[in-house]
Design a protein around this ligand. Structure first.
Ligand code: AFP
Length: 321
């Protein structure tokens, strides 16, 4: 039992849900091809546009978004989609039973330097009490996710996925099939590695700064051990490292822009990653609560994120109390 279909059905996913995942994976393989072709396909560089978050869109952001959008809206099971690159949610079939949200190309500042990028996705049940063209469809806490995953376009193309139980990892083989390569990811509870963009530290709240200062103080400080630092500028790459060997990843709240107190998006970044991290025995919190229990207020809501090795996340939260 090595293919996605068999593994997810054995994990309790309904055949219709697995069929929807297969559609996402078909689109991801197309995106993987575009990423691999790079300059040969003329897909590097930026467009003239910004998305709703005020971020410059890369050509590949737009291409990846269109590939996923086209594939999903053709499917009768899809009631609505939401994307980082779409201002509003987009209605599908009113009788569809699933909602899909995605960041089509996370880490897109890495595109032009041939660095890691990935597609993050999440699937929720459609709400019968809300019109399919209403963004309220997506105002569901992350705990309601039926499935979450990402496809990482790195040295290998990997799928990491959970339908609410264990977090599993598949590798795309030369025949275009995702083959199970890590049956059950387990994040060590303790770590000596952190992933935080230190250039923002003057904008952090003092308690968070104190936590990071103590990590950097190493065995001469209160944490009494030396830490190493990594930063990919692509959540998908940083979370993948945490899933493979442990660590803490954080993008905390900051005071750079009062209208935007945090950077990462709840719906298609924080929530799917939180499900994957918890499925591997880790923890995923905002500065005050478990990410998966947050009630969303807006489609593109941003949240502070602290996730990874359970004991290290707890240690960080203790500074913020
Ligand atoms: P892009 O997809 O716009 O490049 O943003 C990536 C991201 O949302 C997340 O994947 C990274 O962890 C984070 O932003 C990096 O942010 P900084 O550039 O501020 O370090």
């Amino acid at each position: 039992m090595h293919d996605v279909n068999d593994v997810l059905q054995a994990d309790g996913a309904k055949p219709e849900l697995v069929a929807l995942v297969e559609i996402i994976l078909g689109a991801a393989k197309h995106i993987a091809h575009c990423v691999r072709q790079g300059a040969l396909a003329g897909v590097l560089g930026s467009t003239e546009d910004e998305n709703i978050q005020g971020e410059t869109q890369k050509k590949l952001d737009v291409i990846a978004n269109q590939i996923l959008k086209d594939a999903l809206l053709e499917n009768r099971q899809v009631c609505a989609i939401a994307s980082e690159e779409e201002d509003t949610s987009v209605a599908g079939n009113p009788a569809g039973t699933y909602l899909v949200a995605f960041d089509p190309l996370d880490g897109s500042s890495n595109i032009d330097i041939n660095g890691q990028v990935g597609t993050i996705f999440t699937i929720y049940p459609a709400r019968a009490d809300v019109a399919c063209d209403s963004e309220l469809q997506f105002h569901q806490p992350g705990i309601q996710q039926l499935c979450a995953g990402y496809v990482l376009y790195g040295g290998s193309t990997l799928l990491v996925i959970s339908v609410g139980g264990a977090t599993r990892c598949f590798t795309l083989d030369a025949n275009g099939n995702f083959v199970l390569t890590e049956a059950e990811l387990q994040i060590p509870a303790d770590t000596r590695e952190f992933a935080i963009n230190l250039s923002n530290q003057r904008f952090w709240r003092s308690a968070f700064k104190r936590y990071v200062d103590d990590l950097i103080a190493g065995d001469t400080g209160p944490r009494a051990k030396n830490y190493n630092m990594r930063w990919n500028a692509a959540m998908v790459g940083d979370v993948h490292r945490v899933l493979m060997r442990g660590g803490i990843f954080s993008y905390p709240s900051d005071s750079r822009n009062p209208s935007q107190p945090a950077k990462l998006r709840l719906l298609y970044e924080a929530n799917p990653m939180a499900l994957l991290i918890e499925g591997a025995g880790g923890k995923a919190f905002t500065e005050t609560q478990r990410i998966l229990t947050l009630q969303p207020q807006t489609l593109h809501q941003r949240v502070a994120v602290i996730l990874g090795s359970a004991n290290e996340v707890e240690a960080c939260l203790a500074y913020l109390k």
